[in-house]
Ligand binder design. Sequence first.
Ligand code: BES
Ligand code: ZN
Ligand code: ZN
Length: 514
Amino acid sequence: MDVRVSTRDVQQFDGDAVAVGIFSDDAEPQGPAAALDEAMAGVIAGLQASGEITGVADEVTLLHTLGKIEPARVAVIGLGPRSRFTVDRVRRASAIACRQLRKAGAQRVGLALAGAESGVNLAQAARAATEGALLGLYEFRLYKTPKQEGQTNGNGGGSGDGKRIESLTILGRGREPALRAAVERGQILAEASNFARDLGNEPPNVLTPTELANRARAMAHEVGLECEIFGPDRMRELGMGALLGVAQGSAEEPRFIILRHRGGPKSEPGLALVGKGITFDTGGISIKPAADMDAMKMDMCGGAAVIGAMMAIGRLKPAVNVTGIVPTTENMPGGKAFRPGDILRAANGKTIEIVNTDAEGRLVLADGVSWAVKQGYAPIVDAATLTGACVIALGHVRAGLFSYDEGLTRTIQTAAETAGEKVWPMPMDAEYDEQIRSEIADVKQTGGRPAGAITAAKVIGNFAGDVPWAHLDIAGVNAKDRRDAELDKGATGFGVRTFVELATLLSERSNGKG
Ligand code: BES
Ligand code: ZN
Ligand code: ZN
């Protein structure tokens, strides 16, 4: 989709449809809504007076303009009370407006941003509006055969009935270069999130470890990242016994994907992002129940977040070195599968006593993080759909954030806040270590049911040595089971935007701006 910026008055917009917001505590239209209202002979104010438009959050009122202004339709979006207006609300309102206007057949859509009196910075609003539009319009329909000949299935920006918004204009009364930069950043972040969502939504027979690596490589060439991919031979040379152990039960070969952005000095290895890339998790010999096992095609969403973040980083080119690492395999119960009771040796030489082959994520990350440590990267941040326990702890609202490093925790919290993704710090007390002590190996793979998300994080932490490290457990937030305002059912791309903001923060700091 073509995304533009205009600093002209909203009533001069010459597309098919335009969206404006209304606050629930305003008695009459303000800002761009007031300008449109005047051009349309008071129809918005009238509906507000009669109580048909209340401005409560997520309310949509579609008006026909009957030739009074150029756009045939105006969407009036409820923004809730002014006191609770945030950048997140802008993202949500934009998504709702765009979906409604696409449904109505609009192809050239304008989004009018509230003025500075709304309390939200105009550039931030412009960025969030762009993100909301592109995230909200995304649908995964690659495998739906179009109903009519000549119709596309609308994958990406279209809808199932072939309707498609061709151009989006962000209308704001501010400095044009600043608005343009904000919109461009929003577009890059949203497109990268949608790329990660595509990877998550692809079926597991298509998105094998080999295919995931191929897509990462193709993306790398497109945006100018370096890409290196290890197969099983190289993994054996490097002693990646944990990743190879998980891969043993599958007929599909594992891959170790490395994506590099070189934006900083050679002397600083820089940030490593490591993502769990299990393209299908049956549980292995400790097999999962049949119900909902299909959702385990998304067990590579941590890896997808890393690949998506690297896509945006390749485009934005922050002045810092960033390496994306994705150990990827299936977890299958084949005749050669690893067993509970096995002892595996990771790339840093540490041994792991296997208790349950369904706890495979921490194993592939043990090798991913060990390799990152060996290369000298710091900090190291991983993302993984790691534990059901994290879903129990935080539900589908926030990702768990685990780290021994307070400074890194704060930086990631800041990055997540800027990104509009929710995380929550979890405790990492030494007392929990007892649960993963092994009698016969260096570490036990699982620590039982109590604090299952924490002990899982701690297993990975064992492989980070003294390097500042953090872990995001995204098992509760990587997918939605039904459509929400911004996001369709399916993969969410969670983590992409936080990782990009983290790289940006680190680049600003190393260049004395932060
Ligand atoms: N991929 C799962 C975790 C998961 C569960 C992700 C639900 C998304 C939704 C992971 O590999 C797993 O199976 N973990 C086990 C660990 C247990 C055996 C210690 C779990 O959480 O039950
Ligand atoms: Zn598992
Ligand atoms: Zn898993």
